[in-house]
Ligand binder design. Structure first.
Ligand SMILES: *Cc1c(COP(=O)(O)O)cnc(C)c1O
Length: 377
């Protein structure tokens, strides 16, 4: 049985008609750039998350870049983030002249360890960028307390965690991406809310950040050919906005289905390897479902076995950022961030999407069980 990491078409039939009509409408109106569908989706996405403002942008990477600028990060500023993430989180910092500083992660949640973050804070530190990896909320209570104490901006990389929730201070549930100054989102097809192409968004409750983002995404202009600043060409495409509005109506149900898949995976694998931990004050979005093995050899064996059996799998991420060639200049080496170093050697992710069937889950988990019995060479 061949099983993909993500099957974008599995959930398509029930919404095909609605989506194709919406797309045809945009074609017929030809309002391709910042059409009314973009405004409509922005209002819906902000309301869904309980945020005041949403700015639709071209992708999740640009969402980060523009949130950094709008949030006030300047050339030379140090920004503390996770080394265990996709490079989009940090390359956009370097590209605006800021310096990414990698702190270690928590070995259980794979997200920023506030104790390590605190040790990295200097006079030059301007911002924290928590990454809600795989859809697991960061320890936001501790990170927000640090930010308050040191007067830091907080920009949440929520690319993998739309629909994930957290209870700040144990109180009311809040959507991730609404706890810091800005939250950035990606609508890359494989994320929880996938477009039929690239897309992204920034959420904020701050009037000034919002006003700056609106300008930044459109060449720094409010009125055509009047540029108060330099900006980018990074608008959310109208066709994608039309698709996203429709998919948004289903996304909570899809996250519930992902959580059901996760429960079944955990039930069948709990004695075999480490399954994801979900604390009581968190709702996981399960963008990815990540297992941890007790050695690199066991992990590599499991990966090889699943691949041979036609079951897709992926290591997010095999080389942490502090060890990447691109960051040689920062001088990172193995041993600097031990929890991250050992996580990247021990994890791998199974197929995860809402429509995974019990039969598929059984096949996948059986293969993982077989794999751990294979003798480690
Ligand atoms: C996907 C992703 C991004 C980038 O989003 P794009 O839409 O692909 O540009 C940024 N950060 C993280 C953690 C991601 O997973």
């Amino acid at each position: 049985m061949k099983i993909q990491m993500v099957d974008m078409l599995a959930g398509y039939p029930p919404i095909r008609e609605e989506i194709e009509t919406a797309v045809r409408n945009v074609f017929n109106k030809a309002n391709f750039i910042l059409g009314e569908e973009v405004k409509k989706f922005e209002a819906e996405f902000a309301a869904h998350n309980g945020a005041r403002y949403c700015v639709g942008v071209a992708n999740g990477t640009d969402a980060l870049r523009m949130a950094y600028i709008a949030g006030g990060i300047k050339p030379g500023d140090e920004v503390i983030t996770s080394p265990f993430t996709f490079i989009a989180t940090s390359e956009t910092l370097s590209q605006i002249g800021a310096v990414p500083v990698f702190a270690d992660i928590d070995p259980v949640t794979y997200t920023l360890d506030p104790k390590s973050v605190e040790k990295k804070i200097t006079k030059k530190t301007r911002a924290l960028v928590p990454v809600h990896l795989y859809g697991h909320p960061c320890d936001m209570d501790a990170l927000l307390a640090l930010a308050k104490k040191h007067n830091l901006i907080v920009i949440e990389d929520t690319a993998q965690a739309f629909t994930a929730k957290y209870r700040p201070g144990g109180k009311d549930w809040k959507y991730l991406g609404t706890l810091g100054h800005c939250g950035t989102f990606s609508f890359f097809p494989a994320k929880n809310l996938g477009a039929f192409g690239d897309g992204g968004a920034v959420l904020t409750n701050d009037d000034n950040i919002y006003a700056t983002l609106i300008q930044l995404r459109n060449h720094g202009s409010k009125a055509r050919y009047h540029h108060e600043m330099e900006g980018f060409n990074s608008r959310l495409d109208t066709v994608q906005a039309a698709v996203l509005s429709i998919r948004l109506k289903h996304v909570e149900k899809w996250t519930e289905m992902r959580n059901e898949v996760a429960k079944k995976y955990a039930e069948r694998l709990k004695d075999v390897c480490v399954t994801p931990f979900v604390p009581a004050n968190c709702r996981h979005s399960f963008n990815y479902y990540t297992l941890r093995f007790d050695s690199k050899e066991k992990r590599d064996n499991a990966q090889k076995h699943l691949t041979e059996q036609g079951i897709a799998n992926q290591i997010y991420y095999p080389i942490a950022l502090h060890l990447q060639e691109a960051y040689k200049r920062l001088g990172g080496k193995r041993g600097d961030l031990p929890a991250c170093d050992s996580a990247m050697d021990a994890v791998f992710s199974l197929p995860m999407y809402p429509e995974l069937t019990d039969e598929q889950i059984n096949v996948i988990t059986d293969k993982v069980k077989e794999a751990v019995k294979i003798k480690v060479k």
